[in-house]
Design a protein around this ligand. Sequence first.
Ligand code: HPA
Length: 236
Amino acid sequence: MTPHINAAKGDIAEIVLMPGDPYRAKWAAENFLTKPRLINQVRGMLGFTGLYKDTEITVHGSGMGMPSLSIYVNELIREYDAKTLIRIGSCGGMQKHVKIRDIILAQTASSTQTPSSAIFRELNFAPCADFDLLSAAAEASKKKKSKIHIGGIYSSDVFYDERPDLNEQMVRHGILGVEMEAAELYNLAARHGCKALAVLTVSDHLQTGEALSPEDRQNSFGDMVEIALEAATALG
Ligand code: HPA
């Protein structure tokens, strides 16, 4: 047990899928895993473990933002021996060719700062996805209807951003989308010798102002979950 997860040690799999929203964890577990069982609900942060094609998988919420994700990922890695962590979440599209409902595989995650900034100090560490997971996800994406983009994303600390110039610089440098968690996931995976990837559905667009309605989200979210599951289990 940890301060934020009251699961028994063997109740959490080596592969953990992490949506920001605890209810999306419930939805993914109920729709994509067989025999899902609730393994955590401290502070309403739901976690489930079940089977995907005979492989044990945990789906656990991360909460919103890097400080929240850092708590859960630290505890999952340090206390529960998680080895492969895949964020499944939404992001804001930043490039014109990246459309609503498209899926982004985040090769790198830029940021102004992360919870690890105090450790890195003057270092400008480059958080990146695990290459094997990224290529397995790219392979799994070929079978999906969703359009896939692979490239850099921006992990921001603010949803209601009052520095639009930061987004402008990210757009200018080809960054595909903005979300709030992946950079710290990649930092922690690097520090602890784990594999990490973020698979993101574009739920709104910074250039066009478009946004997915809640009903519209389901299909592309399903493709995202399947890509994450296929990638994680392909590595064996
Ligand atoms: N900004 C930050 N995080 C997000 C966004 C956004 O526009 N959309 C979905 N997650």
